[in-house]
Write a protein that binds this ligand. Structure first.
Ligand code: DX5
Ligand code: ZN
Length: 226
């Protein structure tokens, strides 16, 4: 289970908007829609004003799914907890630059542990802060909402940073976007250079999740510029 090679558009459902009492079934449903990855939002009530899942839940889900686990750590001490999420079955781990003390070291460790690494910037964080470490990552995540909750409004100004990030990393590193992604915002982020689109509310608020995934995929394919 590896991050898909760059060059494809991937829709990555975020389980934050799924029914947490039926997580295994919810993941099975999106898996049947042909996605390759699932986005797991980890929140600590400190870096962000919400608390979600920890490594124990990730480990249990690992037994139910073959999807690539894309863990988004919205936590204050990523260095302290990263290994536990890797051991629990994470395939790709993203940490926030705003709280990383030694981002290079963490990226190296993630690679040593055999998983791919990602760095993330909040809407107000300049791209400059990840200039040095972004090229060392396998995927860079640009937040287009303030992290903490699903179903928020897309921040168009933050999305513009995708262009800058794409310039820094070139075509061989994935650029992921997270927050307010739906069929209306997808053409914008794809035209800016994003190839990995996280969507929570736009998928899990719909009764037919495979149909919702397909409509985002279609919106993305139709707006590809390359
Ligand atoms: C927000 C999370 C997102 C969230 C996106 O803090 O990091 O992954 O699930 O949800 P939507 O797609 O509903 O904005
Ligand atoms: Zn996320």
């Amino acid at each position: 289970m590896q991050l898909p090679k760059p060059g494809t558009i991937e829709i990555v459902p975020s389980i934050l908007s799924a029914d947490f009492a039926r997580l295994a079934d919810e993941i099975a449903e999106i898996e049947s829609a042909g996605v390759k990855m699932v986005h797991l939002d980890v929140m600590d009530g400190h870096f962000v004003p919400n608390i979600t899942i920890g490594p124990l839940v990730v480990e249990k889900l690992r037994g139910c799914s073959k999807l690539v686990f894309d863990s988004h750590l919205m936590i204050s001490e990523p260095e302290k907890y990263a290994e536990r999420f890797v051991k629990a079955g994470t395939n790709h781990l993203t940490f926030h630059i705003e709280v990383a003390n030694e981002p290079r070291k963490l990226i190296d460790k993630l690679h040593d542990w055999g998983v791919t690494a990602g760095v993330c910037i909040n809407p107000e964080t300049p791209v400059e802060t990840i200039k040095e470490v972004a090229p060392l990552c396998d995927m860079v995540l640009v937040m287009t909402v303030h992290p903490g909750f699903g179903g928020q409004k897309f921040i168009a100004e933050a999305a513009k940073k995708i262009v800058e990030v794409r310039k820094i990393v070139g075509p061989d590193i994935r650029v992921e976007v997270d927050g307010g992604i739906n069929t209306r915002t997808t053409p914008t982020v794809v035209s800016y250079g994003a190839d990995t689109l996280v969507a929570g509310d736009a998928i899990f608020s719909q009764p037919d999740r495979p149909a919702a995934i397909n409509s985002i995929r279609l919106a993305a394919e139709n707006s590809r510029t390359d």
